[in-house]
Design a protein around this ligand. Structure first.
Ligand SMILES: [Zn+2]
Ligand SMILES: [Zn+2]
Length: 111
């Protein structure tokens, strides 16, 4: 995993992120937020330098955390096909994000 740490400081990673960011319209691919974006890994190739813009997803902090929480929870029961799991995960991430978006809007009004 330390190879990945090195990789995340490389110019190649910056390029991949830039490419994917452009494709994502410079916003979270789940909710469109433009702050606190991260390049979430959909795939971890054996060699990090094999990574392409297709292997990552631009997510905001909130969607990213929600996704990883969900992932950790799902690890416990591995039943079901991967596609089913992904569908469910996306649906739940969207549901969470909808709720979070309402919260964001409200906090804007308060502040
Ligand atoms: Zn988001
Ligand atoms: Zn991630």
């Amino acid at each position: 995993m330390s190879r990945y740490t090195d990789f995340l400081h490389s110019e190649k990673w910056r390029e991949i992120k830039r490419e994917r960011l452009g494709r994502a319209g410079y916003g979270c691919e789940e909710c469109g937020a433009t702050k606190k974006l991260v390049g979430h890994h959909l795939e971890y190739p054996r060699n990090p330098y094999d990574l392409t813009a297709n292997d990552i997803q631009i997510l905001c902090d909130k969607c990213h955390n929600a996704l990883h929480r969900e992932k950790a929870r799902r690890k416990k029961d591995r039943a079901g096909a991967k596609t089913e799991l992904q569908k469910l995960r996306t649906r739940q991430a969207h549901a969470k994000e909808r709720f979070a978006a309402v919260g964001r809007r409200t906090s804007h009004v308060i502040r």
